[in-house]
Design a binder for this molecule. Structure first.
Ligand code: FAD
Length: 534
């Protein structure tokens, strides 16, 4: 089969769907291809365990995308036309520390500070100050995230012109651990702050992770671990409907294996089954850059680009345990049972540092110091049969099992038991009789489910000074235009990286439109192609 469209989009993760949706709204015919049987990549809800239990196979929390103008201004009508709705769970976090003490954080800042005061009055003040400090500059970080590199002033310049800019110039290059140990004295509060900072699996001692100690907890304090009502896949459903209503199509079970080049230009793609999709205007890819470079001859990319991809740091791998249960995990505290949509175990700071270092070195960690226990059904009961729950235990893990193990297949089950035991030590509700079904994904399984998540990494690659802004994925190629003319890149391997932010998707649309002398503002202000046709 051979087909054509204005834009052929390779991969249907939320980012490339966003790019496709803006391009379709601009009147271009788009066709989106994905290797998986369903669209959405890491924004999917699947009945993976038992009918009636809608499991978020990857992302659950959509906090980071809330400030994207796509949702903030509802630029494509995903909320108004397609019914996308979000829940802001309260409390926004509950963690248990290694000594059994626990901490609950609430959307009411003062209530959170009262909790922190149980550990240190000084740290409660420091927390108020940290939230206020980020509040003063959040618009600058937001502008840098939601603008393609080079299309607006750099973050450095914006900060230099801000009264607090000098402090932020330093913090941007610090590590999250350096920020946390400067601001907080109590090991419990430090452990909680590191637990928050590590949510995107960037090691807390990595240069440049400093802002994560501010930005992640700030978003949670403001709007909780924001959940799409009905599951993560609701974002995907809304995007697909928008694309289809604007004349585009989304095709699954299509693995792109080759870029079609003519006269040095990318004019389409070929799938593993030999289908060809030709692009009149351009090809947009969310294929991992490490795979992308294999899809065209080396000379088409150039040595510098290939060097940048060869040295691209994939980041840390993950490990997930999915449960369908008859009760939620309820943490035992002196004040009674507590639970939160986003809960977990937070190791001491030194354990967090050791955990990150082990994973960086590829060393298996039997007891990860960071464990997330996500129970979205606490706030959104529509995802499971009445009174039942879906629970996901998420942790970092080494890509390879340790020497002496035959592979992940057996080890992953023992590892899941071990993690479950650690949760059971502080919480009720996850006893064997409460577990209806269970599925475990090792880093290898995560990669098998989604080839974009190489080695089971799922935030698009490490986020450090060498892989951010104009240097992501490769220095000089941060503007979504790839060395092959007609080829654009989006997704987690482009600025500002992975997670559900939608930023790479919207930014790529801005660039592709600009190359056609079009502006995103003009596109969203004009009537949709559908309304023009009817
Ligand atoms: C267990 C787990 C929990 C997570 N929890 C959260 C969370 O709570 N909050 C959060 O913000 N993030 C979370 N993440 C991370 C988040 O899911 C990803 O960072 C995000 O989905 C990246 O989006 P993307 O659009 O860049 O790409 P992806 O979502 O990875 O989509 C890429 C798509 O491209 C397709 N593709 C790749 N190569 C090809 C090819 N050759 N041909 C055709 N199609 C191809 C893939 O099949 C996939 O559908 C989690 C991830 C995992 C695995």
């Amino acid at each position: 089969m051979s087909a054509s469209a204005d834009f052929v989009v390779a991969g249907a993760g939320h980012n490339s769907l966003i790019t496709a949706a803006y391009l379709a709204r601009a009147g271009y015919e788009v066709v989106v291809l994905d290797a998986r049987p369903i669209p959405g990549g890491g924004a999917a809800s699947e009945e993976m365990l038992e009918p009636g239990y809608l499991i978020d196979s990857c992302s659950t929390g959509h906090t980071l995308i809330q400030t994207n103008p796509l949702l903030r201004e509802d630029e494509l009508g995903l909320r108004e036309r397609y019914g996308l709705a979000y829940i802001e769970p309260d409390p926004f976090a509950h963690v248990a520390f290694p000594d059994g003490r626990q901490l609950t954080m609430w959307l009411d800042l003062e209530r959170s500070c009262e909790e922190l005061e149980r550990f240190s009055r000084r740290d409660a003040d420091a927390y108020r100050r940290l939230i206020a400090d980020y509040d003063a500059v959040k618009h600058l970080f937001g502008a840098s995230r939601f603008t393609p590199p080079g299309f607006g002033p750099s973050l450095e310049r914006m900060l230099a012109e801000h009264p607090d800019g000098r402090r932020w110039e330093r913090r941007r290059m610090m590590s999250a651990w350096d920020v946390v140990r400067t601001e907080f004295e109590s090991p419990h509060v430090q452990a909680f702050m590191l637990w928050q900072a590590f949510q995107t699996l960037v090691p807390v001692d990595a240069t440049g992770s400093g802002p994560l100690a501010y930005s992640i907890v700030f978003g949670r304090q403001r709007r909780g671990w924001t959940l799409p009502e009905g599951g993560s896949g609701r974002l995907t459903d809304a995007l697909v409907r928008s694309i289809v209503d604007d004349g585009g199509s989304v095709l699954c079970d299509r693995t792109v294996s080759r870029l079609l080049l003519e006269g040095g230009r990318c004019v389409g793609v070929e799938t593993e089954d030999g289908e060809r999709f030709r692009a009149r205007e351009g090809v947009v890819s969310t294929i991992h850059v490490k795979h992308l470079v294999e899809m065209a001859p080396a000379e088409a990319w150039g040595e510098d680009f290939l060097y940048g991809v060869r040295t691209y740091d994939l980041g840390l791998s993950g490990f997930a345990v999915y449960l369908a249960t008859t009760s939620p995990p309820s943490f035992r505290t002196p004040d009674g049972a507590r639970n939160a949509v986003s809960a977990g175990l937070a190791g001491w700071p030194q354990q967090m540092l050791d955990h990150g270092r082990r994973l960086r070195d590829g060393v298996y960690d039997p007891d990860p110091a960071w464990l997330l226990v996500a129970t979205p059904t606490l706030a959104d009961p529509s995802r499971a049969p009445a009174g039942h729950h879906t629970v996901k235990l998420l942790s970092g893990q080494a890509w390879r099992p340790p020497a002496g193990e035959r592979g992940w297949d057996e080890l992953k089950l023992r590892q899941a038991d071990r993690q479950l035991e650690r949760v059971r030590a502080v919480a009720e509700g996850l006893e064997d009789e409460a577990i209806v079904a269970r599925l475990v994904k090792s880093p290898e399984d995560i990669e098998r489910s989604n080839r974009h998540m190489i080695h089971g990494t799922f935030h698009g690659g490490h986020r450090g000074p060498g892989q951010i802004g104009g240097t992501r994925p490769v220095p000089g190629w941060g503007q979504h235009r790839m060395p092959i003319e007609g080829l654009y890149q989006t997704g987690g391997t482009t600025h500002p990286g992975g997670s559900i932010t939608g930023a790479p998707g919207r930014n790529a649309a801005i660039v592709a439109l600009a190359d056609r002398n079009r502006h995103l503002e003009e596109v969203i202000a004009s009537p949709s192609p559908t309304s023009m046709r009817t």
